[in-house]
Design a protein. Structure first.
Lengths: 579, 906
């Protein structure tokens, strides 16, 4: 694993634009034998980008995947999401830590290993998991960890399983996943054979209005979490007149317990890219970015390969298929910031800035990337688009409920028999997903709670499982959130305190610190939880947390500060006596 | 602008549509709290203290991020809002170190007091300070950053980026652990140039000034006086804080032109000299070759006697005076009056001759005015800016902030400079011609402009003397200057010449900033003619946001010439040679018309040459230091030594004082009242802040004293305002200006009457030539007479630095500035360094035919191969020992920019 490290030649691969900063720094860091950004690298990058030192240094100091300190040859990142946190990642971490004789953030004396913790790696179906350099290893046990470390020490390499698509389970409705596992994910030829790109070719002949009308009629709602009707953003962006418009595909899947976009990118990259292409045609954009979270190395690889294939065959580039339509798609690698999944923060990040949210309005449709009109859509939303054109609006509308049309991929994790991603029609009961598809709880245990929607999600009372219907409006009526479609299941042996603590800890780590309530509030909440643990009067602490998180929500700048109230309020409502 | 009506807390308010709600409320005395908002900055939305309710919108909304709309109903104060704000304030205080040492104004503290949260209150929330890793960065020369006092409001970051265009600051880390970093984490290693904008905008004690921190107590400030910065020609308005009769702090004055609160490192921190122990405090008289302390009476009597003796013995042409670009209009006015009436000649000039004489000569001939045609603010608004021979970021840092802000909004900058200057970073195109090839380059640019059909035909026909025919002559001359031909002469790639020409001429508005790089050559006047030709045929003058601007180097270069410190003009650019003018002036001055000389006086360098030839016997040097600033210093020194009598009036014992017979202790700009004129012709008020030290006197009083000692009547004045009132009568350009009108904000001349608002752009209707039209002066390129040889293989360029001013008499006394820039150096191209085996920081000897000096090598790619650059400020590395006194025949400016030299290891 010898690395050639030449800063100048790395920089020369890129255009001198701030939007390349993410990729440049990843490249410089990965090329360095000690996996870090040297002072020289930062200085040269600043000069290359005609920017200031602090704009590069401050940027590097924001993202948790970027480092200005030398690291080991092998960087081991241990997932500390709520799922991995309670499913023995601690045990694995303790083992690794003891074996290497270092704690998180340290490097072994021989410079071989660095140990770090990382927020949810998006492989909760294989919990507990760790990441070694750019490879995720799941279903980890102490024995497995020992074998890996042995191999690295002896051979400087280790064995890991290649992630394969999961087979359909009876009761699923595979619409997005119709061809999952049925062709080579990065072969355009095979994608074309199953009818791929026909939707795009169809759209090349349609007007912008016609495409948007189809999306409007389909009732498609944004799958990123908010469930906002997609056509509204498309229409708003298409109406703007500007020298350049942008599409950004939000592939920064970072909500703990969520791993629905990952299979779409790893296994079906052409499909969601086709969605990007149709969206670009619809709003009149010739440049698109796919912002993929940095930890999703397989998604990044698959997407880049797919894009290359598309370029070679003139599905991308200039005058696509002689239609006169031009489109360039660029992949940007995130670098470890949950907040960058928020659309305006993502735009800041893509512009080469620290991940601070912007004041809204203006909305991206008016002033987005580089202050130009920008459409930001989630991977799953975009993956729906070619399928809608393939099967027709009527077919899509028949799926799901009247107001929540289509299917949804749910990520089920935690104490169930078969953790994994399941695609069902919107409006499917929660009990069906958990008990039928995921096989119910393991070892005959009872459920403590179900956490819906991730960290910024809501705890469900175990008795409520049968009455919950999984669509946007039904859940909202009951003050629950569908969010990203994460369903985290915890059995009776787990403690609500531990789960909530890991969530608050997550927010403390992820708050950018721009606005006061979120910056201070999350640390205040964590400190209240610490005090509560040793107090007999749990209720008074829970009340304080409720009051403060409510004020945080009322005064914060962006959705992150408005998030802690969700798990706190629902935990108090449904699980107060379990604290 | 569309106005809208809105209601805030029941109050009807009118505002411009789309303006900021928080600012609108505050402008109407509804004082919504807030810490991250500042009217100079884009809204941030970080502190959340400005939350309000807006009818029809859900929840609380930060008013700093809201634009006002028609019919908007806003609740700014109610219990719920108050509770939310108090919650945020309390939260903020849990992460904040509240120790206060009275060395800064603390907005957070004031606000905490309003919420009843000052000092020991019973907080609802846990103190989090133990969970935060606070950092202190004390490495900067000018400030200390303490993250325990930092509220992460972004104001410093935006001050540096949006206001000053430097972008030196950012955050490191995130969440509650984040803190401010400069560069890559250490202030002193960053690009920070010490302007202190971040200090001025910091609402807490996170970033505090270092100088005087040991003595300042903001509650013991005796007075705050607004005056004009004593340094460069931008004329920044400063507020000085006085404690124990000493200036302890300087801030920029917000909301006032030309600087809107911005300052540079010299303006904010360059005040130590005022109170410096080396200030001259008594007159000194040289007896038997040694200076002795003298009384004012003794000194003045001697001066009166000596000047009169010389005048009697050698005639009226034997005396001369150097006026001062650092003193006020009133003082320079009196000075020239003394020369003309008392000395009886017109031998008055000053260092302007060394800076922009050629520019002014060319501009006067071509467009009738030597002053800048635009306002400093225009540097932000024009579409294209052509900067030639002008290191604007270092020499006019605040004008440069306008440029950088313009660039952020899309302005295109073209830099023409043989040396890399920091503006290159902000430019679209940098043309790097070989030294002394400017005429060829400019002719080449015109060649392209003509070829591409980008000339302004209507402008040429309507506003140029000779119209189309004059243009055809120029066209014929530049025909051979094809980009390829010019590339051979200048080494600038032909494609860049084409790009720059097209960019300049095709922009709807374009301005030129020219500087010493153009003027300080033997072809200086021709350079500027050529530049004006390009400007005129493109029609990029005579309308808003178009024109040509030579920013002035010192605080009152513009004013000193305006008020008649000139061998050829009376105050207000009235030629001395004109009989009628002389009668008019004599009448106002109440002297015999015949007593005023009808002959043009000698210019700065001519005075020195005349002294060398024994024609000038007595010299009165008023606030100048020719022993650093004049070319060919060895020759200057010999000339001064030949004088019978030399009087130097200064605030420090300068290199020139050494050679004087009498030295008079004068006043700094903080010790008197008066006015100055900045680079955009703005007449600005100077206000007295402190008293002169010891027996030092205000300069206008000294000039009157000398007149009295010579038995000459130049008028009676009890205060500077009376001098200005007389000046208004003599110089029509100032006629409408009085002290009352410029109390808060300067006025740009010409201002013909008291109702006139002043003139922001010159030549909108006509040029100031006799015909009212501009003139083209086609010029050919001639290779420079000064050439390299095998003995002197390098061409030396000279120039200025941000941290020093003029001959550094003042800046040399300021610790902060000396820390940033302790000594001189020579820039050497890396290829030359290799060729001549030179290393960084190596001491070398540089010699020309005129002389030699020792300095330190800095290896860089900022200069071309075969060229060197040295700053000329430093007394111990006097660059002008090397320069030639060959003059531009038309303007008599010396060729500071181009000297053949050799470089030797020591």
């Amino acid at each position: 694993m010898s690395k050639n490290y030449n800063i100048d030649s790395i920089l020369l691969k890129y255009e001198s634009k701030m939007e390349n900063l993410l990729n440049i720094l990843h490249d410089l860091q990965n090329s360095h034998p000690q996996n870090f950004l040297t002072q020289e690298a930062i200085e040269k990058t600043a000069k290359f980008l005609n920017s200031s030192l602090s704009s590069v240094y401050g940027f590097a100091k924001y993202y948790s995947m970027l480092s200005t300190d030398a690291k080991g040859k092998f960087v081991i990142r241990i997932c500390s999401s709520p799922i991995c946190f309670i499913c023995n990642a601690c045990g694995v971490r303790k083992y690794i830590s003891k074996r290497l004789n270092i704690t998180s953030g340290e490097t072994t004396a021989d410079g071989l290993f660095t140990l770090e913790t990382v927020e949810c790696l998006g492989h909760c179906d294989k919990s507990p998991c760790i990441m070694i350099n750019d490879v995720v290893v799941g279903n980890l046990s102490v024995e497995k960890a020992a074998k890996i470390l042995d191999d690295i020490v002896e051979k400087s390499e280790f064995e890991y399983e290649v992630i394969t698509p999961t087979a359909e389970i009876l009761g699923e409705k595979r619409f997005l996943f119709e061809y999952l596992g049925k062709y080579n994910p990065t072969s355009l030829k095979e994608y074309l054979k199953i009818g791929g790109m026909q939707s795009f070719e169809k759209c090349l002949k349609l007007t912008s209005e016609e495409i948007i009308q189809t999306i409007k009629e389909s009732g498609l709602r944004g799958r990123g979490g908010a469930g906002f009707p997609s056509y509204i953003k498309w229409e708003a962006t298409s109406k703007e007149i500007a020298s350049q418009k942008y599409i950004i595909c939000n592939a920064d899947e970072g909500e703990p317990g969520t791993f629905k976009d990952r299979p779409l990118m790893e296994q079906l990259p052409f499909q969601y890219i086709e969605g990007v292409m149709i969206a670009a045609k619809a709003i009149g954009s010739s440049k698109a970015y796919i912002y993929i979270r940095g930890e999703y190395t397989n998604s990044i690889k698959a997407t880049i390969l797919a894009l290359k294939e598309l370029e070679v065959h003139n599905f991308l580039g200039k005058n696509i298929l002689n239609s006169g339509f031009d489109l360039e798609i660029i992949v940007a690698n995130g670098a470890g910031s949950y907040l960058c999944g928020e659309e305006l923060t993502l735009i800041e990040s893509l512009e080469g800035k620290r991940g601070n949210p912007r004041i809204k309005p203006p909305f991206p449709a008016q002033k987005g990337f580089n202050n130009l009109p920008t459409l930001v859509n989630n991977v799953e939303t975009l993956a729906c688009v070619p399928k809608i054109f393939e099967h027709g609006v009527e077919y899509f509308k028949k799926l799901g409920t009247e107001k929540s049309t289509g299917t949804k991929v749910f990520s089920v994790s935690g104490d169930v028999q078969r953790p994994g991603y399941y695609e069902v029609e919107l409006g499917t009961p929660l009990s069906f997903i958990v008990n039928d598809l995921a096989g119910g709880l393991r070892n005959g245990k009872k459920a403590l709670t179900y956490l819906l929607g991730g960290a910024a999600g809501t705890f469900v009372h175990p008795d409520e499982i049968d009455s919950l219907i999984m669509d946007y409006d039904s859940l909202k009526e009951k003050s629950y959130t569908l969010g990203s479609g994460a369903i985290m299941v915890f059995d009776e042996d787990k403690k609500i305190y531990d789960i909530l603590y890991s969530i608050i800890k997550f927010f403390v780590h992820e708050t950018c610190g721009k606005c006061v309530p979120c910056r201070v509030g999350n640390t205040q909440l964590r400190s209240l939880m610490k005090e509560m643990q040793i107090s007999d009067d749990k209720e008074s602490f829970l009340n304080k947390m409720l009051v403060q998180s409510e004020l945080m929500s009322a005064t914060s700048l962006c959705p992150l500060g408005q998030s802690p109230i969700l798990p706190i309020k629902s935990a108090i409502k449904n699980l107060k006596e379990k604290f | 602008m569309e106005t809208v009506k809105l209601i805030i807390d029941g109050k009807q308010i009118q505002a411009v549509k789309g303006s900021n709600l928080l600012q609108t409320a505050r402008d109407n005395n509804i004082n919504i709290p807030g810490l991250c908002y500042h009217k100079k900055l884009s809204p941030t939305g970080a502190c959340r203290l400005c939350v309000v309710k807006v009818d029809g919108q859900r929840g609380l909304i930060a008013s700093c991020g809201v634009k006002v709309e028609e019919g908007m109903k806003v609740t700014a104060f109610d219990d719920e809002i108050h509770n939310a704000r108090k919650f945020v304030m309390e939260y903020l205080l849990t992460e904040h170190n509240r120790n206060y040492d009275f060395t800064y104004f603390d907005e957070l503290r004031v606000l905490a007091l309003e919420f009843g949260l000052l000092d020991d209150f019973d907080s609802n929330y846990k103190n989090l300070q133990s969970e935060i890793d606070f950092v202190i960065d004390d490495s900067s020369f000018v400030l200390t950053y303490d993250s325990s006092k930092c509220i992460k409001c972004f104001r410093c970051i935006k001050a540096c980026d949006e206001v000053q265009g430097k972008n030196v600051l950012s955050f490191a880390e995130r969440g509650i652990q984040k803190f401010i970093v400069a560069g890559t984490g250490k202030w002193s290693d960053s690009e920070c140039d010490g302007c202190g904008e971040c200090i001025q905008l910091c609402p807490t004690g996170a970033i505090v000034e270092k100088p005087n921190r040991d003595i300042i107590n903001v509650e013991k400030i005796e007075k705050k006086v607004i005056t004009t910065c004593p340094y460069c020609g931008v004329g920044c308005q400063i507020e000085t804080w006085v404690q124990n009769d000493k200036i302890v702090r300087v801030n920029g004055v917000e909301g006032v032109s030309p600087n809107d609160g911005r300052l540079c490192v010299k303006g904010r921190f360059g005040i130590d000299y005022v109170n410096h122990k080396q200030r001259l405090q008594t007159p000194l008289v040289k007896r038997n070759g040694k200076f002795e302390i003298a009384t004012w009476d003794e000194a003045l009597e001697l001066i009166g006697k000596k000047f009169n003796e010389i005048k009697g013995k050698y005639g009226t042409e034997s005396l001369a005076g150097y006026a001062s670009a650092k003193c006020t209009n009133e003082e320079n006015y009196l000075f020239q009056k003394l020369i003309r009436i008392g000395f009886g000649n017109n031998n008055v000039d000053y260092c302007t001759r060394l800076c922009h004489a050629s520019t002014v000569t060319a501009m006067l001939k071509s467009i009738g005015d030597g002053a800048g045609s635009n306002s400093i603010e225009d540097f932000e608004e024009t579409e294209c800016l052509f900067v030639i021979g002008n290191n604007i970021i270092d020499t006019h840092p605040i004008t440069a902030t306008y440029v950088k802000r313009g660039v952020a909004k899309g302005m295109k900058v073209i830099v023409v400079d043989p040396r890399w200057t920091p503006l290159v970073r902000y430019s679209k195109i940098w043309l790097q011609p070989k030294l002394g090839t400017d005429v060829a380059l400019l002719n080449g640019l015109m060649n392209v402009i003509i070829r591409e059909g980008l000339i302004d035909e209507k402008f040429i026909k309507d506003r140029i003397e000779g119209g189309w025919d004059a243009y055809l002559q120029l066209k014929e001359l530049v025909e051979k200057y094809t980009p390829e031909y010019v590339e051979n002469i200048t080494s600038v790639p032909s494609n860049l010449i084409e790009e720059a020409a097209i960019m300049y001429a095709s922009s709807s508005t374009a301005m030129i900033a020219t500087g010493m790089g153009m003027s300080q050559q033997v072809t200086g006047t021709n350079n500027v003619f050529s530049l004006l030709n390009m400007c005129l045929i493109s029609g990029k003058i005579g309308k808003e946001l178009c024109g040509i601007n030579p920013p002035r180097g010192q605080n009152n270069v513009q004013g000193a010439t305006d008020v008649g410190a000139s061998p050829v003009n009376y105050p207000g650019y009235i030629p001395v040679k004109n009989d009628e003018n002389r009668r008019k002036v004599a009448n106002i001055w109440n002297v015999e018309y015949e007593s005023l000389s009808a002959k043009n006086g000698l210019t700065t360098v001519e005075i020195m040459q005349a002294a060398y030839e024994g024609k000038i016997k007595g010299l009165y040097v008023f606030g100048e230091n020719p022993m650093i600033t004049d070319p060919n210093l060895n020759h200057t020194e010999q000339a001064i030594k030949k004088l019978d009598f030399l009087v130097v009036q200064d605030i420090f014992f300068t290199q020139t004082c050494e050679l004087a017979d009498v030295v008079l202790p004068a006043s700094s700009l903080f010790e008197k009242d008066g006015t100055v004129v900045n680079s955009d012709r703005r007449v600005l008020k100077i206000n007295k802040v402190v008293d002169c030290p010891g027996e030092a006197r205000e300069d206008w009083k000294i000039i009157l004293d000398i007149a009295k000692a010579m038995n000459v009547n130049i008028g009676k004045y009890s205060k500077p305002e009376e001098i200005f009132e007389e000046l208004r009568k003599v110089a029509p350009i100032f006629a409408g200006i009085n002290y009352e009108r410029i109390k808060f904000q300067g006025i740009q001349w010409p201002c013909p009457d008291e109702q006139h608002p002043g003139t922001s752009t010159l030549f909108l209707e006509k040029f100031n030539t006799e015909s009212g039209k501009a003139k083209l002066f086609p010029v050919e390129f001639y290779p420079q007479s000064e050439k390299t040889s095998s003995e002197y293989p390098f061409i030396l360029n000279s120039g200025r630095l941000l941290y020093h001013y003029h001959s550094s008499t003042m800046t040399d006394k300021v610790d902060v500035l000396k820390s940033f820039s302790p000594s001189g150096f020579v820039l050497v191209n890396s290829i030359d360094a290799e060729k001549f085996k030179l290393q960084d920081k190596m001491r070398v000897k540089i010699s020309s035919k005129q002389g030699s000096l020792e300095t330190i090598v800095k290896i860089t790619d900022e200069v071309l191969e075969g060229e060197l650059f040295m700053p000329w400020h430093f007394g111990d590395m006097q660059v002008n020992r090397l320069t030639r006194d060959e003059l531009d025949p038309m303007s008599k400016i010396a060729a500071f920019k181009l000297t053949a030299v050799k470089i030797e290891k020591i």
